[in-house]
Design a protein around this ligand. Structure first.
Ligand SMILES: Nc1ncnc2c1ncn2[C@@H]1O[C@H](COP(=O)(O)OP(=O)(O)OP(=O)(O)O)[C@@H](O)[C@H]1O
Ligand SMILES: [Mg+2]
Length: 449
């Protein structure tokens, strides 16, 4: 049995006695060696799995070392290739290094020189992996201090994030579009012990089923048209980190089955391959759909729902937490100035009122865009006129607000005052709940029964 943690090396050498000697040397160095007698066999081996190091003789019949080198480089940039050259054929060694070989070994092979160059190759590979890892870390960097958490509802969510971050439980983040689901997913990752590992996000609604499957699980070369190389899936990319499955409600039932299987077994199988790979990513899923409805109509699997919903976090729409509106707007004002320049320092009273009164059907994202746009238009103060028309209280020809506008204002203010509770708001307004729902629908606010 080979040590599963040992670095793997593929050795292609047509000279049987040299192959035997090199194999013994490499094993002595603690490597897991696969030795083959020629280029053709080397290509077949590369096809079946990946290696940390490839050592290939350059001169071999049929398929030579240059082809092996090309193939190894094409398959995985992490694999380090060492070429073995005959005495005096420095030209071909140079050519090999120009084609991406890490170094060359001259015949007759000196064991100490071999040990040294293998060591260097492994060290380089370790560094490459570390750089990749650090890059991923920078990409996924997140400071919970960047979040605006003023309302009680959002402060409660921060508490939930901290609690769940201490565990490995799956998290399901629910909320209307633009409420901050991805931000919360990143916060879970950033607050967890996995923070120094990758955060990998995939939008399950953006890709057709087959493509999404190969994105998630990876694929073997040739498993479908266009699969020109072996590819690791995102489950593998997110190794020891967090895999964010956005818009999980869009996933097809067939793929839901495969996802569930992966979650249950902790293993994935690349498309077109038989062997499985162990995975260890924390899953955070998000949706703006009502998955309970999906389960009722059969479009979302119940077993998968319960698997993902171990720890639910539901972000309320912005109109139900109006205390967050101005602090968010202030934040976006500062960020927007950094991004686009501009002179705006604050919001006028009218602008602040308009922002607070508006129902924000597109939630925080809509607010962010509205403020960014205003920053570009505004002078030192963001006025009502700098806000998008739908946010501004409209005025009719006689410069008087229409009855409908006044009514809308009143209804929304009441709703806000009731913390978004529509039943309560209907009671205070003295109208039937159905009437309120109809009105809210006109204003673009979904009824909550
Ligand atoms: N509490 C918050 N504090 C600061 N910024 C926020 C907050 N919530 C949301 N945002 C910002 O609002 C924008 C939308 O958030 P995010 O992308 O996380 O929402 P989402 O629910 O995933 O949206 P969608 O459903 O459209 O994918 C982002 O730019 C995010 O940084
Ligand atoms: Mg999102």
């Amino acid at each position: 049995m080979s040590d599963p943690k040992a670095s793997s090396v593929l050795l292609a050498e047509d000279d049987a006695s040299l192959r035997t000697v090199l194999t013994l040397e490499l094993k002595r160095l603690g490597l897991d060696v696969t030795a083959v007698p020629g280029g053709r066999e080397a290509l077949a081996a590369l096809e079946s799995r990946s290696f940390d190091i490839v050592i290939t003789d350059l001169k071999m019949p049929h398929v030579d070392g240059f082809q092996v080198l090309d193939e190894a480089r094409k398959r995985s940039p992490e694999t380090q290739v060492l070429v073995v050259t005959g005495h005096g054929s420095v030209d071909s060694a140079v050519r090999a290094m120009k084609s991406g070989a890490f170094d060359y070994i001259q015949k007759p092979v000196d064991p100490d020189a071999l040990a040294l160059v293998v060591d260097k190759a492994l060290e380089r590979q370790r560094l490459l992996r570390e750089v990749e890892h650090l890059r991923a870390q920078v990409r996924g960097r997140f400071d919970p201090g960047d979040m605006v958490l003023v309302s009680t509802a959002m402060r409660r969510i921060l508490e939930l994030v901290k609690k769940v971050a201490a565990t490995d439980a799956s998290v399901l983040v629910q909320g209307e579009s633009g409420t901050g689901k991805e931000l919360v997913a990143r916060a879970v990752h950033a607050a967890s012990a996995r923070r120094n590992h990758p955060f990998v996000a995939v939008n399950c609604g953006a890709l057709p089923e087959g493509l999404l499957e190969s994105e998630l699980f990876g694929h073997a070369r040739g498993s479908f048209t266009g699969a020109t190389a072996n590819k690791r899936g995102l489950f593998e990319e997110a190794r020891d980190g967090t895999l964010f499955l956005d818009e999980i409600g869009e996933m097809t039932p067939a793929l839901q089955v495969k996802l569930l299987r992966a979650l249950q077994s902790g293993e994935v199988r690349r498309v077109g391959e038989n062997r499985t790979v162990k995975v260890n990513a924390r899953i955070v899923a998000a949706t703006n759909k009502d998955l309970k409805k999906g389960m009722a109509d059969g479009s979302f699997r119940e077993d998968l729902f319960y698997r993902l919903n171990v720890f639910p976090i539901t972000i309320p729409p912005l109109r139900e937490r109006p205390e967050d509106i101005l602090p968010l707007a202030e934040r976006f004002l500062r960020v927007g100035k950094g991004k686009h320049g501009g002179t705006a320092l604050r919001f006028s009273q009218d602008a602040a009122d308009a922002l607070t009164r508006y129902a924000w059907p597109g939630n925080v994202r809509e607010l962010e865009h509205a403020v960014e746009r205003a920053v570009i238009l505004a002078g030192t103060e963001v006025s009502e006129e700098d806000l998008p028309p739908e946010v501004r209280p409209r005025e009719d020809a006689g410069s008087k607000r229409s009855l409908g506008e006044l009514e809308k204002d009143h209804v929304l203010k009441t709703l806000t005052a009731c913390g978004g509770n529509q039943q309560e708001a209907a009671k205070r307004l003295g109208i039937a709940r159905n009437t309120l729902w109809r009105k809210l629908k006109e204003y673009g606010i979904p009824a909550k029964k």
